[in-house]
Design a protein around this ligand. Structure first.
Ligand code: EPZ
Length: 437
């Protein structure tokens, strides 16, 4: 059954078969969302290519339409044309804001375009409380006045002015929100300790192509320094932009090989963004070849090699090991030899998937709020398990590849928020997997 973003069909797979083949990596969810939001700033037409067809993008499209943007979609070409000449509505509909936290980056774009934004508080989610104090900190530094009540945030700015903004923590969303508001502010903004994630750099690349004036030095990873020289909105113009590949989807499939074994090639894969992940997977015993030139990653585990857990891994901000690959790593650790202690340092409760993995026979113990201990077992047992959030859901799918018998993952709507077609991708890699109603 082909991908259908609207259905909540379960995913069913039979484990025990090695992966073998080539798969093309989709466009990045976390890069596409902020650049689509950025189109609100540009009183012109932008064309976006390699847009992933996932439900979070559907949500962003509805939010953009609610501001007055006119969208033309060419699904089969993964292309969206956005006409933002007549953006007029600064109030975002609650139903879409609450459906997707990253809607909050529209605040910066609306402030920059209309001088006002009214959004609902994007609530917490199953991976933890997700406050937006750093977003509001950045916007207030730029001169926005912000009123909040229990569930709405109203931001207003007569005029946004450049400022020096030092983030106490390099929040990805807060960095993106601040950049969007600073693009047309009067004067220069210097951000210190900005998030270094590739999705932040991609946003700056897009904005510069559209006429903004943003400087990111070669030492950006070390300094986290971004300088934004405000430009008049009339300087901003439409561009044709191709969304970068999704490093988290690529990493998920790399861990799928550790679960099921085999030999895969990831095409259009952001090899340079996955160095920490590749280093770890090599240490666990797989062969990894990064072909930066051709955006290709080869991962293989031959039957002689034992996939071994490393003793300790902790998540961190880029370029450290990414929190979004913590659950896929956890799934592969369940069937690797030896013991891993895994520490989640970014989100406050990102181990919800543990209970479902344990039901499949994994040996996982919570050591405290931040750490779990995984002891590898020879095999997991196929079960019907429930996806509770995006990356945990993907982890259950790759765990099913390693399990004896049939695994069915339900509530796959969470997975479709970020994976365009995890079933089709894994099928192309030789997995026995399908959607089932
Ligand atoms: C982005 O979320 C990604 N989402 C997340 O991916 C990713 O896990 C995260 O960055 C970290 O890399 C998108 O890009 C759409 P943060 P974001 O602000 O911007 C705390 C996925 O699976 N914080 O860097 O929300 C926050 O609570 C998703 O694709 C504050 O305290 O991440 C969290 O503990 C999940 N105050 C930590 O910082 C704030 O104002 C990291 O959050 C903002 C954040």
């Amino acid at each position: 059954m082909a991908y259908d973003g609207q259905s909540n069909a379960a995913i069913c797979m039979e484990g025990g078969k090695c992966l073998d083949g080539t798969v093309l990596i989709q466009g990045s969810k976390n890069a596409a969302l902020p650049v689509l939001a950025a189109s609100v700033l540009i009183p012109d037409t932008c064309v976006f290519k390699n847009v992933p067809y996932i439900t979070d993008i559907d949500c962003m499209k509805n939010l953009l339409k609610s501001t007055g943007a006119v969208l033309e979609e060419h699904k089969e070409a993964h292309m969206i044309r956005i006409h933002s000449e007549n953006i007029r509505e600064y109030r975002l509909p609650a139903r879409y804001v609450s459906a997707m936290r990253s809607s909050v980056v529209l605040m910066g774009a609306l402030l920059g375009r209309l001088g006002e934004a009214l959004v609902d508080y994007p609530g917490g989610c199953v991976i933890g409380e997700r406050p937006i104090d750093l977003h509001l900190f950045g916007l207030e530094k730029l001169g926005a006045q912000i009123w909040t009540d229990k569930n709405r945030i109203h931001a207003y700015a007569d005029e946004l002015k450049g400022a020096l903004i030092k983030f106490p923590f390099p929040s990805v969303g807060a960095t993106q929100n601040t950049i969007l508001a600073a693009v047309t502010a009067r004067g220069t903004t210097v951000i210190k300790n900005a998030a270094r994630e590739p999705e932040v750099t991609a946003l700056c690349d897009f904005l510069n192509k559209a006429g903004a004036d943003i400087e990111i030095g070669h030492d950006f990873i070390a300094t986290g320094r971004i300088v934004i020289h405000g430009v008049d909105i009339s300087r901003l113009h439409g561009v044709e932009y191709t969304v970068i590949p999704d490093r988290i989807v690529a990493g998920t499939y790399m861990f799928a090989v550790l679960c099921a074994g085999g030999n895969i090639t990831l095409e259009n894969a952001p090899a340079a963004q996955l160095r920490s992940v590749c280093a770890l997977i090599r240490k666990m015993g797989a062969d990894v070849v990064l072909d930066d030139e051709n955006d290709r990653i080869l991962v293989s585990t031959d039957t002689k090699q034992i996939i071994q857990n490393v003793p300790f891994v902790e998540t961190g901000v880029y370029p450290e090991f990414p929190t979004d690959l913590q659950s896929p790593l956890l799934a592969s650790a369940c069937v690797s030899k030896g013991t891993l202690i895994l520490k989640e340092r970014i989100f406050s409760s990102r181990f919800k998937v543990v209970e479902e993995l344990v039901r499949m026979g994994a040996d996982i113990t919570a050591l405290d709020n931040e750490r779990v201990q995984v002891r590898g077992v020879a095999k997991l047992a196929g079960r019907t398990v429930i996806a509770q959030e995006l990356r945990g859901g993907a982890a259950l799918v790759i765990a099913g590849l390693a399990a004896d018998g049939i695994t069915t993952v339900t509530d796959t709507r969470y997975i479709k928020r970020g994976y365009q077609d995890i079933v089709g991708d894994l099928e192309r890699l030789g997995a026995r997997i399908s959607y089932v109603d």
